[in-house]
Ligand binder design. Structure first.
Ligand SMILES: Nc1ncnc2c1ncn2[C@@H]1O[C@H](COP(=O)(O)OP(=O)(O)OP(=O)(O)O)[C@@H](O)[C@H]1O
Length: 569
């Protein structure tokens, strides 16, 4: 679609100095920022680049897509699009030594979760102590380290300003306190171009995200402000945004629009209704000429996401029509998939020589998976599994038989020997397949299948092939897979959405799909929960607006018949 440049957009392109562009979902903030970048490239000195800072890997992917469409290959080389995490990580790795005199080390999130679970005491205090006294930085403290660094060193600040004369800051409304310190410092040496939408604030339940951040920017940095308002180029027919805005502002009655459908069902028809809604969305989009549509199924809690995944995997009947299972992927807790990937890799390390030691590693990796799960959402089952698998690992190490069935079956499989052929993909599948066969490891199998959602498959495949070439086996696979997934999960851009994807509403932020199905459960994942928030549920309304506006073409909202109405009369 050709880009329309109205007077306001022309004025943005002509404006100099700091700029703030406000606008609703799909108003074209990212697009005008990239067009502005395009107009600035010819003025860059050799070695200079533009910097585009964003929050999530999903948002980075979206921006890179925009770069592909709007910039030439040469221009794309002159813009760096990164998450705050990646920017801060690089800066601390190169200059962090200035803070304490020693090079910094990073405590990656998986490691942090485990250390936190083991630590008795105030973890917040502990991690600050680790950063300030031992130069060991948790991921969430990277921005603080960089803020300290550039507040203290004017040289470094100037250097950044001369490397990046213009810095684009995406989703400014969600900037946290430490990121705001960074932006303020950068604004003293470079032009900042901030993009924001007050109503897309969905993280302001956090103490460090000030709901008045945009006002602080206006007070402290005084950017020229442009408001693209309610322009909507994502779903140009406008119904989706109008509906989402009515939910946000609690306006009764909800507008009657073609592209949003609200479906109520009785609890006993919940599964079939959800299933039918997803199939209907997919087929409607195909009928509209989208050959392989992307559909997001969004829910408010991970428990409900898991339940919906179960529903879509089974056949159902809706009004006498058979509904076949729907192939889908779950955008899930990537740390758990990475931990499950490490279990698969540990199985690849098994060799014929003495089964005990390698199986010990696998049992420990499984215990590690449950420890991580427990650190995220504690449960008795996960705690019991940590204990069970640790004990099993000890037993096998001592040369005796473990008591739990999974341990016994893994040991038997290792004694029989798994035959690997040197084809990393086939061998990975063979190792993963074992998880499907062994009692009670289906969850790990499911999680490990999600490893394909990481962009790291090529790196892992290449690394495994190298191991095989040099050693004739996969010794070292666990370390390789863990390291690669950790890195990819945190740094690389997210995947392009395709097919049917299930995720929490929070995870959908910054993404765009052809169709969206939003599901509310009877108990889990309520839209409006008085136990969590008081009416009129402003925070939940903002979240729902973000979820609804992820769709380009079509939205279905599935609710139970007795649910609190979307807008009050
Ligand atoms: N001026 C324009 N003319 C035509 N199409 C446009 C224009 N601006 C943006 N678009 C198209 O509209 C869609 C949304 O634009 P963009 O991603 O820039 O919006 P946004 O304001 O950054 O959205 P969000 O805040 O939801 O991330 C894109 O597909 C883009 O190509």
């Amino acid at each position: 679609m050709p880009i329309e440049l109205d007077e306001q957009r022309e004025a943005i392109l002509d404006a100099e100095g700091h700029i703030l562009v406000l606008g609703g979902p799909g108003a074209g903030k990212t697009t005008i920022a990239l067009l502005k970048a395009k107009s600035l490239f010819p003025h860059l000195q050799p070695g200079q680049k533009l910097l585009f800072l964003s929050f999530s890997r999903a948002a980075v992917r979206q921006v890179l897509k925009g770069c592909q469409a709007l910039l030439t290959a040469e221009e794309r080389r002159a813009i760096e699009v990164k998450t705050y995490h990646a920017f801060c990580l690089e800066l601390l790795q190169s200059h962090g030594k200035l803070l304490t005199g020693r090079p910094i080390t990073i405590l990656f999130p998986t490691q942090e979760r485990l250390e936190k679970a083991r630590f008795e005491g105030d973890w917040d205090e502990e991690r600050q102590h680790l950063a300030l006294d031992q130069a060991r930085y948790c991921f969430d403290l990277l921005a603080r380290g960089v803020a300290d660094l550039i507040e203290r060193s004017s040289r470094l600040r100037d250097l950044l300003g001369s490397c990046y004369p213009t810095i684009i800051v995406d989703e400014f409304q969600d900037t946290d306190d430490e990121q705001w310190r960074i932006v303020k410092e950068l604004a003293s040496v470079a032009c900042v171009f901030c993009l924001a939408d007050r109503d897309q604030r969905i993280f302001d339940y956090r103490d460090d995200i000030d709901p008045r951040r945009i006002e602080s920017l206006q007070d402290d940095v005084a950017p020229r402000t442009f408001d693209l308002g309610r322009d909507n180029h994502r779903s140009p027919h406008g119904g989706i945004l109008r509906y989402a805005d009515a939910v946000l502002r609690n306006l009764y009655p909800l507008p009657d629009v073609d592209d949003v459908k609200l479906v109520h069902c009785w609890p006993n028809a919940f599964s079939s209704t959800v299933h039918a809604a997803v199939l209907w969305t997919l087929s409607k989009l195909r009928r509209q000429g989208i050959a392989s549509p992307s559909v997001a199924v969004l829910a408010r809690s991970n428990r409900l996401v898991e339940q919906i995944s179960g529903i879509l995997s089974e056949p159902h009947q809706y009004n006498g029509t058979d509904l076949p299972p729907i192939d889908h992927s779950v955008v899930w807790d990537a740390e758990l998939s990475a931990a499950a990937g490490a279990v698969v890799a540990s199985i690849m390390e098994w060799s014929d020589s003495g089964a005990e030691l390698p199986v010990t590693m696998t049992l420990e990796a499984i215990a590690n998976y449950y420890e991580l799960k427990n650190a995220t959402s504690p449960s008795q089952a996960a705690t019991a599994n940590v204990r069970k698998f640790k004990t099993a690992a000890e037993k096998v190490r001592e040369g005796s038989t473990p008591r739990n069935n999974a341990g016994k079956e893994l040991l038997a499989a290792a004694e029989q020997g798994l035959e690997f052929k040197g084809d990393p993909i086939a061998d990975w599948r063979a190792a993963r397949g074992l998880l499907q066969k062994v009692s009670h490891l289906e969850e790990l199998y499911r999680q490990s299948r999600l490893v394909r959602l990481f962009r790291a498959t090529d790196t892992i495949g290449g690394g495994l092939a190298d191991l095989w070439l040099t050693k004739g086996n996969y010794e070292g696979a666990t370390q390789l897979v863990s390291r690669t997934l950790e890195h990819e999960r945190l740094i690389a851009a997210d995947q392009e959405p395709s097919g049917c994807m299930l995720m929490s509403m929070h995870k959908s932020k910054g993404k765009e799909f052809d169709g969206v199905v939003i599901v509310e459960g009877a108990y889990a994942g309520l839209f409006f929960d008085p136990g969590r928030e008081q009416p009129p549920f402003e925070r939940s309304r903002r979240l729902l607006r973000v979820a609804i506006t992820r769709a380009r073409t079509n939205v279905i909202i599935v609710r139970q018949t007795n649910a609190h109405p979307l807008t009050d009369q």
